[in-house]
Design a protein around this ligand. Sequence first.
Ligand SMILES: Nc1ncnc2c1ncn2[C@@H]1O[C@H](COP(=O)(O)OP(=O)(O)OP(=O)(O)O)[C@@H](O)[C@H]1O
Ligand SMILES: [Mg+2]
Length: 352
Amino acid sequence: MSFIHLQNISKQFPNGNQLAVNEVNLAIEQGEIITLLGPSGCGKTTMLRMIAGFEIPSHGAILINGQYVYNNKENIPPEKRGIGMVFQDYALFPHLTIEKNVAFGLNKWKIFEKKQRVKEVLELVGLLEYAKRYPSELSGGQQQRVALARALAPKPHVVLMDEPFSNLDAGLREKMRYDVTAILRKANTTAIIVTHDQKDAFAVSDRVVVMNQGIIQQIASPREMYRCPKNCFVAQFLGKTNLLQGKICPDMKHVDTYIGRISLSNQLSEVIDNVQISIRPEGCLLVEDGYYSGRVSKVTYSGEYQELEVVLGNESALNETMILYAPVEQEIELDANISFNIKPESVALVEA
Ligand SMILES: Nc1ncnc2c1ncn2[C@@H]1O[C@H](COP(=O)(O)OP(=O)(O)OP(=O)(O)O)[C@@H](O)[C@H]1O
Ligand SMILES: [Mg+2]
């Protein structure tokens, strides 16, 4: 039995014209860090709020630690679900010191134990020396760690975080991804983190749940998700990719497309008539006498690499383009003819 289990969860808002969350099934193990990733409006916050008990599902059941917290007979209130919540704006009490903020959820604890626990979690987030300060006297990243300490203090079954990194600038964001994951791991807490940023999701999670329009598109580890996106939506949502139509060859190891024959990294076990393939730009390597060729129609310098738009194909497929990455040292002129090879590991079959 999984630690947290969402069973056929749906949510229809009274004034909404489609389901905000549509028949979601999700099983989470104890100690796992999961991210809900998807575009704006896909239902991430609604899912989190239903798990927390702030929103009532229209349908389905939710178990936390083996107990129903919601089904058609039961609706356990948020404060009794054993959840710790970290809000996007941290929601710290400005008139309370850091230690009092952290002690807030421990009002039923004995005084000595409460003191001990506050010390313990402030130590865990590296802010013990800031205990007597007020939130306004801390930086954004420090405030976020206080919010996390407050959520962890009552030893919840699960910590829920909605867009925890969105208020932070790029540098701090990277550091907090690392810090938050380290703190959650040390506390051995199960966590569900909402984000619309692929980098956040990949950096912090054991498994990523990609959603679109209230429906789970794929659940996988970051590596597996990037390498084998299930469908076009996931492939395109997780970084740049090239989607091509193709036909599988009889040897089941290649796909014929308008740019030529493309090798797959694994032999397929079943025949699929018309397929789509996703080719990651970093899997296209510029070489002399490469198997594929085209004309450079756009060069965008990004610092770490240059992104090339390349027009390929024959007469019947004019103006089809692909995105390739080239090393910055390489001088590439607009309209130059280039050739390249494709690494089979960067090719994935995807559903439409
Ligand atoms: N209280 C509400 N009443 C009616 N519709 C709502 C309500 N809350 C959310 N919705 C709708 O439900 C859908 C999902 O919203 P939700 O807030 O869960 O999206 P999200 O994935 O968190 O998006 P974002 O990344 O922008 O925060 C949206 O279409 C939204 O307009
Ligand atoms: Mg949201």
